[in-house]
Write a protein that binds this ligand. Structure first.
Ligand SMILES: C[S@@+](CC[C@H](N)C(=O)[O-])C[C@H]1O[C@@H](n2cnc3c(N)ncnc32)[C@H](O)[C@@H]1O
Length: 298
């Protein structure tokens, strides 16, 4: 079946209302995109827990999808009337039938982290060369496919520093990618923690798929007073700031901490917090994101 796709450019104050009104008048779906994506006026939006941001761009494109027989002129006109705005200009395009699953899958290729460590979606041939350590991981509802620089920085650290037999805590586990990779690289025991129950379920499924035995907990369920040889947390600067004392307490004396999800300009402030407990290494940067690591002092 063919679809009709309509793009309408609107200002910040109209975007939610018009998007809802299009759905109410028959759109199958709507998506909101930065109208200036790719040009000099592009507006990055970063959200952190407890730091509310305006989650829309000043100029947004509403991209709405309709069935092939929908009367677009009538629907856009009714939606505009419902919101009390003038009939907007819109751009109409016909979207031919596609194999949507194949199209989505084609956007996720295997990712090579190091000469031996790979992340491969299940629909690709799995690498079988001797010495290769492969995680089979499909994109899902939890963050962490290995493609994001913050995850990449953590995987690179694990690849280089896991010697075998360590205990590891992955705080903010998302898809469980770091705990699972650590087990495949040889840690003796790995636990993951996340505030999102969906992430816990995704992590458990991914551990099963990779045939490793990891444990995943909501924050309050992590057994008290347990310390770990390695504590790794790819969250964001604000939670890393709030969780600093707890993450330090969870690291055994002489153990290592690895922090990611930090923007370059946040590095100094976070280093000042964590150097209360840790001798820190030089920060490592990838695509504007920074990894901080260090060893816990006695
Ligand atoms: C950027 S993702 C990282 C996922 C994965 N560890 C990786 O490296 O790709 C951050 C995860 O931290 C979780 N998170 C955010 N704040 C948290 C908190 N205060 N306690 C535990 N988990 C948290 C989020 O739900 C999300 O799954």
């Amino acid at each position: 079946m063919h679809y009709q796709q309509v793009v309408i450019t609107v200002t910040q104050d109209k975007v939610d209302k018009l998007s809802d009104a299009l759905i109410e008048n028959g759109a199958l779906s709507t998506a909101i995109e930065d109208a200036n994506a790719g040009n000099d006026d592009e507006q990055p939006i970063f959200g952190e827990p407890d730091m509310p941001t305006e989650q829309v761009w000043q100029q947004s494109n509403i991209v709405a999808l309709f069935g092939k027989h929908a009367d677009i002129e009538a629907i856009v006109s009714a939606a505009a009337r419902d919101c009390g705005i003038d009939m907007p200009h819109y751009y109409l395009e016909t979207i031919p039938e596609q194999d949507w699953v194949r199209l989505t899958q084609s956007q996720f290729d295997p990712i090579q982290i190091s000469s031996r460590l790979w992340i491969t979606p299940s629909w690709h041939n799995q690498p079988t060369e001797p010495g290769v350590i492969n995680l089979q991981l499909d994109p899902g509802l939890a963050f962490g496919t290995g493609s994001h620089p913050t995850t990449h920085l953590c995987l690179q650290w694990l690849d280089k520093h896991v010697h075998g037999g360590e205990t590891l805590l992955d705080y903010g586990c998302g898809s469980g990618i770091l705990a699972i990779a650590a087990l495949k690289l040889g840690v003796g025991r790995a636990c993951g923690v996340d505030i999102d129950p969906q992430a816990i379920r995704a992590s458990q499924d991914n551990a099963l798929q990779n045939q490793v035995d990891a444990e995943f907990f909501l924050p309050d369920d992590l057994p008290a007073a347990q310390q770990f040889d390695i504590v790794i947390a790819n969250i964001l600067a604000n939670p890393l700031r709030m969780l600093a004392q707890m993450l330090a307490e969870r690291t055994r004396t002489g153990g290592e901490i690895v922090l990611s999800g930090i923007l370059a300009e946040q590095t100094e402030e976070l280093s000042e917090i964590y150097c209360q407990w840790f001798d820190l290494n030089s920060p490592i940067t990838l695509d504007g994101w920074v990894r901080i690591s260090g060893r816990k002092r006695a």
